[in-house]
Design a protein around this ligand. Structure first.
Ligand code: FAD
Length: 93
């Protein structure tokens, strides 16, 4: 068996490099501040640029990757009201 030793930091850098090589993947530097949608469907995210400008990005699919801060959960609460959003762990599904 062949083994390639790789630190976590280098593994992340390698994965990022490989993903960004895909022609249909683009990286942008913004901070997500909320979600856009109506009572049926999410249609995008609100973002703040590095120049502190607020704008929106439309999306067919929104994936929350904010880690332990659970940004998506809080933004769903902002959009639909805290009593209308329930969080479940993957293990509970
Ligand atoms: C000290 C320490 C040691 C650990 N050691 C290990 C270990 O040895 N093995 C292991 O398996 N796990 C370990 N973990 C846990 C591991 O780090 C996490 O499980 C993992 O990082 C979660 O990945 P993630 O992508 O879900 O979230 P994160 O790595 O937290 O990434 C979330 C990303 O979202 C970004 N983000 C947050 N809010 C916004 C926003 N509003 N707009 C745009 N971007 C945003 C953040 O900048 C960040 O880049 C450790 C954690 C800590 C703190």
């Amino acid at each position: 068996m062949n083994t390639i030793p790789l630190s976590r930091e280098n593994m992340e850098a390698l994965l990022r490099h490989l993903v960004l090589k895909q022609f249909n993947v683009k990286q942008i530097s913004v901070r997500v501040t909320g979600l856009v949608g109506d009572n049926k469907i999410l249609t995008g995210v609100k973002v703040r640029t590095v120049a502190e400008e607020d704008t929106e990005i439309s999306a067919d699919l929104v994936v929350d990757c904010t880690g332990v801060s659970q940004g998506g959960y809080h933004w769903l609460q902002d959009l639909y009201g805290s009593g209308n959003v329930e969080a479940k762990s993957l293990a509970a599904l």
